[in-house]
Ligand binder design. Structure first.
Ligand SMILES: Nc1ncnc2c1ncn2[C@@H]1O[C@H](COP(=O)(O)OP(=O)(O)OP(=O)(O)O)[C@@H](O)[C@H]1O
Ligand SMILES: [Mg+2]
Ligand SMILES: [Zn+2]
Length: 254
């Protein structure tokens, strides 16, 4: 079948418009749509999340507390995407337990922003660090320097699963430099993490499984990424605490 040619512009991407007796050229809607498609294509969103949206984020019907909690979160993410780029806090930080929908919501927000004409890239935190590191260790080509540059320069950076990496001085320095650069240039970061943070209302102790009656300390976000990066994330992001809901992956597997 022959590819359909846009009837508005004949495939040129431009339309001639008449305004106040003069004619000029204007971008055709079809060109804008395909540009959005290309940006989404380049954003590097993993296949599992490519269709993630706020509309297909489901609220549990069988648990009123979880339902209310997630509905509140959904509302916050929706207004973030609508009000972007709000002055003050241009970023979004989603904190909560595994499987509660953080990455889904982060991608949904990014996709809304892309559809509004902004550009963004998705990076898995661990993968990004590995790519940057291999770029420094060996002369493994330009691609890994490019990953670092892309993380700095992207109009919007989605950093997924922040802190999911063992701590080394190098990791802390690298994360701090990315976050600091973006913070100084007022460049938004959308981040997710399952590390607790006391300032986001999380308990950082839990009952010990091994030693009854004892408490154990959980590793916090600040411990994993350093206090300087953490401080800047809080400064530039709206913080969304995920409610205590069942892991969606486990729920679905049942
Ligand atoms: N409320 C929901 N409605 C529909 N799909 C959901 C919902 N919550 C999670 N999912 C889906 O379940 C899977 C796991 O969710 P997601 O990856 O967003 O969790 P997460 O909080 O990022 O977990 P982790 O901390 O392990 O990274 C994804 O495929 C996601 O699309
Ligand atoms: Mg995730
Ligand atoms: Zn057209």
């Amino acid at each position: 079948m022959a590819e359909e040619v846009c009837p508005q512009c004949g495939g040129t991407g431009w339309r001639i418009i008449e305004r106040e007796g003069a004619s000029g050229a204007e971008r055709c809607a079809c060109a804008i749509t395909s540009r959005i498609g290309e940006i989404e294509e380049r954003a590097g969103i993993p296949p599992l999340y490519r269709q993630a949206s706020l509309d297909n984020f489901l609220l549990p019907a069988d648990n009123p507390t979880a339902n209310r909690g997630l509905a509140g979160v959904l509302l916050m993410v929706r207004s973030y995407a609508r009000e972007f780029p709000a002055s003050g806090k241009p970023g979004l930080l989603l904190i909560g337990e595994p499987g509660t929908g953080k990455t889904h919501l982060a991608v949904a927000a990014l996709r809304i922003l892309i559809s509004r004409g902004f550009e963004g890239v998705f990076f898995d935190y661990q993968n990004l660090l590995e790519r940057i590191r291999s770029g420094y260790d060996a002369a493994s080509g330009a691609s890994d320097k490019e990953a670092f540059r892309a993380a700095l320069d992207a109009e919007i950076l989605l950093l997924d699963d922040v802190g999911a990496h063992r701590v080394t001085e190098w990791v802390e320095d690298t994360v701090t430099s990315i976050i600091t650069y973006r913070c100084n240039h007022r460049k938004p970061v959308i981040a997710t993490t399952n590390l607790p943070d006391p300032d986001a209302g999380f308990l950082v102790t839990e009952r010990s499984a091994a030693l009854p009656g004892q408490v154990e300390y959980r590793v916090t976000l600040g411990e994993r990424i350093g206090m300087r990066a953490r401080s800047r994330l809080f400064e530039m992001c709206r913080v969304v605490k995920m409610p205590n809901v069942e892991d969606y992956r486990i729920r679905k597997a049942r």
